[in-house]
Write a protein that binds this ligand. Sequence first.
Ligand SMILES: NC(=O)c1ccc[n+]([C@@H]2O[C@H](COP(=O)([O-])OP(=O)(O)OC[C@H]3O[C@@H](n4cnc5c(N)ncnc54)[C@H](OP(=O)(O)O)[C@@H]3O)[C@@H](O)[C@H]2O)c1
Length: 215
Amino acid sequence: MTTIGIIGSGRIGSNVAKAAVAAGYDVVLSNSRGPDTLGPLVHKLGPRASAAHPAEAAHRGDLVLVAVPLGKLDEIPADALAGKVVMDANNYYPQRDGRIAALDDNSKTTSQLLQDLAPSARVVKAFNNIYAAEISEHGSPTGARDRRALPIAGDDSAAKHLVASFIDAIGFDTVDVGTLAESWKVERDTPAYTQRTTREELEAILPTVERVQQA
Ligand SMILES: NC(=O)c1ccc[n+]([C@@H]2O[C@H](COP(=O)([O-])OP(=O)(O)OC[C@H]3O[C@@H](n4cnc5c(N)ncnc54)[C@H](OP(=O)(O)O)[C@@H]3O)[C@@H](O)[C@H]2O)c1
C-alpha cells in the first residue's frame, strides 16, 4: 500500500491526509514544530496516520506532499526529496511569503522553485488550485457525472501518472497542464484558480489563460 509523506500538515496537508486515509493510504504527517504537536490530528485520522519529522516523512513516503507557506520553502529538508515523486501544492502570496524576485519577473513558476531546491526530485504541481477543505469534501467516484478535475503539471510523465492515480483514488479527475514551466497557467489569480470545474471545463479554460505580472 502506498504511503503519503506530508511536509506541512496545515489546511492542505491535513485535508490531503484525510482524503488519503479515507481511500486506504497510510500517511506520515510532519510540520515545523515536531511530531508531538501532531498528536491530535494523528488520533483523529486513525491507525493509518503517524507523525514524524519532515525528513522522515519524506523518506517514508512513496509519494510526498509539500504544503508549506512558500516563504518557508527553503527550510524544508530538500535533500530528503531526492528521487521522490513530490506533489507541490504551494502558491505565492507576497504579503505572506515576502517578495520573490523570480516570481515577480515571471522567470520561474512556484513549482520550479521547489524543483531548484531538490533537483533530483520528480516534482508535480498538484492541489494548489483547490481550497483545502474541498479536497476532503468534493471527491466523487471515478466516472461520476460532473466529477471535479484538478490540474497537474510536471516534467516527468511517469511521476505525473502516479500523482494522477493518487488524485483519482481520492476522488478527482486530473488535467495535465504541461511542464513545470507551464504551471503558471494554474497559479494564483488565473481564470481556473480555485474554480470547481470538470475535466472538459478546465480543458476549455486553459488555452485562454494569459500570463500576467504578479501583484
Ligand atoms: N489553504 C488553502 O486553501 C490552500 C489552497 C491551495 C494551495 N495552498 C497553498 O498550500 C501551501 C500550504 O497552505 P496551508 O493553507 O495548508 O498552510 P497552513 O495551514 O498555514 O499550514 C502550513 C503548514 O506548513 C508547516 N510548515 C511551516 N514551515 C515548515 C517547515 N520549515 N518544515 C515543515 N513544515 C513547515 C506548518 O507547520 P507549523 O504549524 O508547525 O509551523 C503547517 O503545518 C501554501 O503555499 C498555500 O498557498 C493553500
